[in-house]
Write a protein that binds this ligand. Sequence first.
Ligand SMILES: *Cc1c(COP(=O)(O)O)cnc(C)c1O
Length: 371
Amino acid sequence: MSEPSHAGAILTIDLGAIAANYRLLREMVPGAECACVVKADAYGLGMDRVAPALAAAGCRTFFVAQTGEGIALRNRLPEATIHVLNGLAGADPRDFTDHNLVPVLNNLAEIEAWARFCRERGTAFATDIHADTAMSRLGLTGQDVALLAAEPGLAKGISVSHVMSHLACAEEQDNPLNGRQLAAFGGALAALPPALSGKASLANSSAIFLGSDYHFDMVRAGAALYGIAPVAGQPNPMAQVVSLQGKILQVREIDTPQTVGYGATHRAARKEKIATVAVGYADGYLRSLSNSGGGYIGGIRAPVVGRVSMDLTTLDVSSVPDDQARPGALVELIGPHNPIDQVAADAGTIAYEILTSLGSRYHRVYTGGGG
Ligand SMILES: *Cc1c(COP(=O)(O)O)cnc(C)c1O
């Protein structure tokens, strides 16, 4: 992390907003537990700071993707329940039990390996089972579930914490796949033999908004905690968490026709005032924001003109008064005028990718206690 005076931009992460989002989601699922997903360094926002803030707000259960992430989180939160979505992934089962991590077992081979380990140790270590219902990434197929039902001895010795699945289109409330996956998940829960039944978990952030049929015993919220809009095409009820302010290095007045940036993709035909900001694609300010993104200075929009380069981005600040568009001034690249979902739309991607791309050169500031 950079010194404020050396950094090209300041990234502010509001832990109080994350805690408020957690409380809002928890209130929406009164009969279920709200677990928090902090994989990928809490979606780029810093698991070391975000997870303790969530724990202080009352969260007891966390999900990460990888074993290493789980071990890092265990060191931070000795008391939390930590689930690892990617399952054993070839690791030694002891890597989980030594750190009290719950793997999400994703296929029959993992279930057999975990069951063997539990029998050898004479301990039924907790695990989750993932049933695939439309993603075709990880998780047991319907055939696998049927096989386990027919041969429950394969999994003898294990103790299931949660049976889970994951929706493909939860942010689209009218998508008929949601209901089909809900039915398939119910089918998998019913088909698993009693020894492999546990609590049930289906919903990510967006699925919380599909209604109580989707909540089961535990929901797994990630994106909405971090301010990403959970429902496509509807106002975002979540508090904004991230703001990014880029520093203007230089302002150039163009009065003869001139091109701007690599590839000469912007041509200033008239008088134009160009501000060069010290943020580029190396910082996760995506190159696809070239000629489509924008910043705000004093609430006035300054469109990105020309290509975003590795360390620099050029903005047309012609409509911004000179005393505001000057070297050293800060431009809002993400913030109240420019929420992450808008930045993502400008970049042709989703806000998840904007957050997880946020770079390491920013000066990071954490605000809000999160208690
Ligand atoms: C990432 C992930 C989540 C969290 O999803 P959000 O859309 O960020 O709320 C939940 N479940 C699984 C299996 C995931 O991979």
